[in-house]
Design a protein around this ligand. Sequence first.
Ligand code: AMP
Length: 284
Amino acid sequence: MLTTIADLRSFTASQHRAGKTVGLVPTMGALHSGHLSLVRESNKRCGTTVVSIFVNPAQFAPNEDFQRYPRTLENDLLLLQKDGCTPNGKTEVFVPEISEMYPRGFDTSVHTGSISQVLEGRSRPAHFQGVATVVLKLFLASQADTAFFGQKDYQQVCVIRRITADLNVPLEIVMCPIIREPDGLAMSSRNRYLTAAQRQQAVVLSQSLQLAETMLRSGTADSAAVQKAVTEKIQTAPEAVIDYVSIADPITLQELPAVESEAVILLAVRFGTTRLLDNLHYVL
Ligand code: AMP
């Protein structure tokens, strides 16, 4: 297990000297099959994979769940050992302390533009600045060739693609599909916060996305009609409180009045204090 940026750098340098490419999978730990799917994809495409586990304080607002965010390092390492290492890949883990990432005097952050001001950015104003800063630090510290992110956090991938392009970061971004529970709920480290009743109700998220897809495929192009149907479906869950239902351009995330050939439908819904995200990328 690597804990310092200096050790992470020399690890990557040694891998590069050995002719191996390095894939980076940034996580906040509390690993589940969604995270492991990113590790597997990285192992498939790269000679070595670095999984970072860091609960990044900068991306949580003071009223959010930084303190109670699940920290399950021992179990995470076991899961990676059991599942993450394929015969053609070697998985290394980077687990820095907060002081390693943000030493005394740290005073810089990455300002992200319009793409980070809609949707999640509206509900969590400082979130993407925190994500962008830590992700760019991880890119520079790891010197990875490719980084793997989940579609589950669709807007996050858009923001990171924007930073990488705008700042000419020499690294490829790969977006991996959403891994779901058998009933359709997108896997998330935060699902464990749900009560049994909320967990049952949370299935409406993926069901409402399926409904949207069915409507679009059967010729409903009007976004307002789809948005209304999705909203009504989610509202059948007694504890669901909708933060947003957006039908947006897959690259800019600006709302689309009508869907022609492609759109992403993005949801954020609260169940009690737990905020869940889901999305569906629709292509005709
Ligand atoms: P997190 O630990 O929640 O910051 O997530 C780390 C990475 O795993 C991010 O790129 C997430 O988008 C990705 N991820 C989280 N949940 C899933 C999921 N259900 N399927 C695929 N990727 C996921």
